[in-house]
Design a protein around this ligand. Structure first.
Ligand code: NAD
Length: 259
C-alpha cells in the first residue's frame, strides 16, 4: 500500500486530528508510512490518535494547540518539528461549524468560525510553509467544504470561512508552486461519524433543517460520506501521484455538489 502513494518516510502534520476527518487522515497517512504530528485543541483526543498510530507500528507525536491562537501554534509546531525533523505535508483540517441565520449570528460565533477555520490555516501555513520553500518541496492540503462553493441558509459564517479557505488555497498555490510546494483543498459533503455532525444534529433539527439521514437520501450516491472517504482523497493529494495538481479544490461529496 505504501508504495502506491510514495508517502513512505514523509513527515506530516494534521490539525484537528483528535476526531473525525482529521483523525482518519492521520491514520491513513500513517498507514502509508508517514510519521505524524497530531495537533488538536483537545490533547487527550490528539494523544488517542497518536496512540492508535503507534499501536499499529507507526510513528506519531501529539501536541495541544488552539489553531486560532498564533503563539500556541508556533509553540506546538516548534515542538513537533523538532521531533519529526522536518514537515513535508501539512493538513489544515481543524474547523468549527456554527449553525444559525446570518441576522442571528453572534459576534462570538462569527469570530470563532473565522478564528479557527481561517486564522488557523494562516497561522499553521505561515509556520510550516517557509521550511517547505527552503527545501524546494512540500504539500499542503486544506479541508474546506462544499459550503465553500455555495452560500447556504443557516451556515453564513461557515460558508464565508470556507470560501476563504478555497481562495487562500488558490493564492498559496500561485505563490508557492515555483518553490515546489503544492497547495490543494478538499471540499467534503455531508460527512457523518464526526463530532461536528453529531454535535450539530439537534441544532439542525431546531432550525427545521433536514437530519443527516434525511439529507443523505437526496445525495446522488445515496449515502452520507465517512471520514475515510476524505482520508482517501487527502492521501492522494499529498502523494507524488498528484504532482501536477495544485490550486485545486476536490469535491468529495457523493455528488451532492459538482461545481
Ligand atoms: P470534528 O468536530 O469531528 O473534528 C474537528 C477536530 O478539530 C476536533 O478534534 C476538535 O477538537 C478540533 N478543533 C476544533 N477547534 C480547534 C482549534 N481551535 N484548534 C485545534 N483543533 C481544533 O469535525 P470534522 O467533521 O472531522 O471536521 C474536520 C474538518 O472537515 C473541518 O474543517 C470541517 O469544517 C470540515 N468539514 C466537515 C464536514 C462534515 O460534514 N463533518 C463537511 C465539510 C467539511
Amino acid at each position: 500500500m505504501a508504495t502506491l502513494y510514495g508517502l513512505e518516510g514523509r513527515k506530516a502534520i494534521v490539525t484537528g486530528a483528535g476526531n473525525g476527518i482529521g483523525r482518519a487522515i492521520a491514520l491513513r497517512l500513517a498507514e502509508h508510512g508517514c510519521a505524524l504530528g497530531v495537533i488538536d485543541l483537545d490533547l487527550a483526543a490528539a494523544a488517542s490518535t497518536a496512540e492508535a498510530i503507534t499501536a499499529a507500528g507507526g510513528v506519531a507525536h501529539a501536541a495541544r494547540a488552539d489553531v486560532s491562537a498564533g503563539p500556541e501554534v508556533t509553540a506546538a509546531l516548534a515542538e513537533l518539528s523538532e521531533r519529526l525533523g522536518r514537515v513535508d505535508i501539512l493538513v489544515n483540517n481543524a474547523g468549527v461549524c456554527k449553525i444559525g441565520k446570518m441576522l442571528e449570528c453572534s459576534e462570538d460565533d462569527w469570530r470563532q468560525t473565522f478564528g479557527v477555520n481561517v486564522d488557523g490555516l494562516f497561522h499553521c501555513t505561515r509556520a510550516i510553509a517557509p521550511g517547505m520553500v527552503a527545501r524546494g518541496s512540500g504539500c499542503i492540503v486544506n479541508i474546506a467544504s462544499w459550503m465553500g462553493k455555495a452560500g447556504v441558509a443557516a451556515y453564513g459564517a461557515y460558508c464565508a470561512s470556507k470560501f476563504a479557505v478555497i481562495s487562500l488555497t488558490q493564492t498559496l498555490a500561485c505563490e508557492l508552486g515555483e518553490h515546489g510546494v503544492r497547495v490543494n483543498a478538499i471540499a467534503p459533503g455531508l460527512i457523518v461519524e464526526t463530532k461536528m455532525r453529531d454535535d450539530s444534529e439537534p441544532l439542525r433539527r431546531a432550525q427545521g433543517l433536514p437530519t443527516s439521514e434525511e439529507r443523505a437520501k437526496t445525495i446522488p450516491r445515496r449515502r452520507a460520506g465517512v471520514p475515510a472517504d476524505i482520508a482517501n482523497a487527502a492521501a492522494f493529494l499529498a502523494s507524488d501521484q498528484a504532482d501536477y495538481i495544485t490550486g485545486e479544490t476536490m469535491n468529495v461529496t457523493g455528488g451532492l455538489w459538482n461545481d
